[in-house]
Design a protein around this ligand. Structure first.
Ligand code: NAD
Length: 353
């Protein structure tokens, strides 16, 4: 494994390997780009098969955070941590506090919060050693309703692109996954007059959406092929792939799930099929906007009004796509790169701070 070659490939500034023999902590912090501000991104706990797999994951995820934070209009760079090990077995006070001390040692270059298998309680332990942690209990709290509101605004922006109006009255939206985010997306869509088709692997979640919003429930494998105007993936990644793309009857894809495209080529295929795609890391950006508000003293109204800017961000992606003749998924990356480049250029002005 050639670490510097990988850092060059992914464009990283810094990678920190943290090991503590007392707690058994094995963590890798990836700091991708701090042009816009401190690198913010969650801590994922996962039982990787190899160290190389863990390293590639942290490089990929931290680069993704640079793009997500940049398009969300935040003064934050991109970072991420992976802690190696089985989350059922390795968690302890000393492990999270040891990790907190490593973060503190970075002097604010990196700020963490929850990701897969990490909880607000774990963040509380990290917080005993450092203030460079967000997503704490009693602060910004559960981000899902804020994320969902942003996704709803993004659906409106994508609908405007496809149908010439943000009005969703009578439009049929197929929602995959009615969990923390998906349920609230359904609520907004229902209030906006949309008809809902929903699926989930948990029957109780389907039943709740059927009861609360008059949704039609379908089996998980049926959701791709249903007749609808908008498909909203709110469960897991890689759902736009060779197998599903053939089945889609929608005109818009706009949902909260991370990494929806199995591969870049699927973004090109959507373009060829004339399906408007709201890139995932743009439309789900209100989650990170919510923790950003926590850094400034949390206020839910301010978080919600920031979440509404997802509408403008998704519109901007489509503008760049048209300006440069490229698919939306590429335009989203360009939008992030252009903002980083412009902000980097203004740093030549000495501000005496
Ligand atoms: P969640 O676990 O609460 O909800 C996901 C739902 O999808 C669950 O109800 C689950 O049963 C269902 N599901 C899982 N596999 C499925 C399948 N094969 N078919 C149908 N349903 C399936 O998670 P969440 O917090 O609502 O997040 C949903 C997605 O949005 C994830 O991809 C997450 O990374 C992304 N996201 C969430 C936030 C947030 O604020 N929570 C922010 C940004 C992105």
């Amino acid at each position: 494994m050639k670490i510097f070659d990988l850092m060059e490939k992914y464009g990283h500034e810094q990678v920190i390997f943290c090991y503590d023999s007392t707690s058994g902590l094995k963590a890798i912090i990836g700091i991708h780009d701090t042009t816009l501000g401190p690198a913010l991104g969650g801590t994922r706990i996962w039982d990787y098969d190899t160290e190389e797999e863990a390293l590639i994951d942290v490089l990929r995820l931290s680069r993704g955070m640079t793009y997500k934070n940049a398009v969300a209009g935040l003064n934050l760079g991109g970072g991420k941590t992976v802690i190696m090990g089985n989350p059922e077995k390795i968690k302890s006070e000393e492990l999270f506090r040891a990790f907190g001390r490593y973060i503190e040692g970075l002097g604010g270059r990196y700020i963490t919060d929850e990701d897969m298998n990490a909880t607000t309680k774990d963040m509380g332990l990290i917080n005993q050693e450092t203030d460079h942690v967000v997503g704490l209990e009693g602060k910004s709290g559960n981000p899902s309703p804020v994320t969902a509101f942003g996704v709803f605004k993004g659906i409106q922006a994508a609908a405007e692109e496809a149908f010439g109006t943000t009005d969703l009255t009578g439009k049929t939206v197929a929602v995959q996954g009615v969990g923390a985010v998906g349920y609230h997306v359904c609520k907004h869509l229902h209030e906006a007059g949309a008809k809902l088709i929903v699926t989930d692997i948990k029957k109780a979640n389907i039943d709740r959406a059927v009861q609360d919003f008059g949704a039609v429930g379908v089996a998980p494998e049926e959701i791709y092929g249903v007749e609808c105007d908008i498909f909203s993936p709110c469960a897991m990644g890689a759902v736009i792939n060779d197998f599903t793309i053939k089945q889609l009857k929608c005109k818009v894809i706009a949902g909260s799930a991370n990494n929806q495209l199995a591969e870049d080529k699927h973004g090109d295929m959507l373009e060829e099929k004339g399906i408007v795609y709201a890139p995932d890391f743009v439309i789900n950006g209100a989650g990170v906007m919510n923790v950003y508000e926590e850094m400034k003293g949390y206020n839910v109204e301010r978080a919600m009004s920031r979440a509404a800017t997802v509408y403008d961000n998704v519109r901007k992606v489509f503008e760049i796509a048209k300006r440069d003749g490229i698919p939306a998924y590429k335009a989203a990356h360009r939008m992030a790169e252009e903002r980083i480049e412009k902000i980097w250029r203004i740093t030549k002005i000495l501000n005496n701070r």
